[in-house]
Design a protein around this ligand. Structure first.
Ligand SMILES: [Zn+2]
Length: 216
């Protein structure tokens, strides 16, 4: 059994995650964010030893604390080969690290990964609750086309799978720090697009769409 802790330890409403295997006292970290000392302390409070640090991608708000956390824990760092994460070993699609399976999901960046642990899916900046990650000139190496393909890959997962995003960017009514594939399939406007052209059209007109639908 897998236990996942969602923690707010980044500079831009970032979420980072501690994923432990119950009874084993071992955990992996997904996207340590900006406060590695606090993260290490939380793991210790929960009786968890951090054995691996996984990066969904190389943007600083997700991986700023990687080097310090590696120093504190001696844990091995993993990221996609095309990502700028110092000291990281290269992930391969389908690779297992502790309780986690790595899924290659490029788009927001060149070599972005999602991580699946039991029924918990950690989506980094590919998929947020009700939104998706940015692509375009602000994001070097990004590709809307590859992002679309990666999102379709996630939609092959069962509806019960929980979606744990890399940011608390939900813009609808109330709070939604996590979701499910089933909920996103039915309610995320980017996943409701019937083809790539509609997806790109929505991306280009997102500000107007949000205004029209009362989203933040
Ligand atoms: Zn990012």
């Amino acid at each position: 059994m897998v236990t996942s802790l969602q923690l707010r330890l980044g500079g831009d409403r970032n979420f980072c995650y501690l994923v432990g295997e119950a009874g084993r006292g071992l955990a992996v970290v997904i996207d340590p964010g900006h406060d590695p000392d606090r993260l290490h302390a939380i793991a210790t409070e929960h009786g968890l030893t951090i054995t691996a640090i996984l990066a969904t991608h190389g943007h600083g708000d997700h991986v700023g604390g990687v080097a310090r956390l590696a120093e504190l824990t001696g844990a091995v760092v993993w990221a996609g080969a095309g990502e700028d994460v110092p000291g990281a070993r290269a992930l391969a699609d389908g690779q297992r690290i502790g309780p986690v399976e790595a899924l290659s999901t490029p788009g927001h960046t060149r070599d972005h990964y999602c991580f699946l642990a039991g029924d918990d899916l950690f989506t980094g900046d590919l998929l947020f609750c009700g939104k998706v990650g940015g692509t375009g000139s602000h994001f070097p190496g990004s590709s809307a086309e590859r992002q679309w393909a990666s999102l379709q890959r996630l939609l092959t997962l069962p509806d019960r799978v929980r979606v744990y995003p890399g940011h608390d960017y939900y813009g609808g009514p109330g709070e939604m720090p996590f979701s499910t594939i089933g909920h996103e399939r039915l309610h995320n406007p980017f996943l409701m697009c019937e083809d790539f052209a509609a997806f790109v059209h929505l991306k280009e007109n997102w500000t107007a769409y949000k205004k029209e639908h009362g989203l933040r």
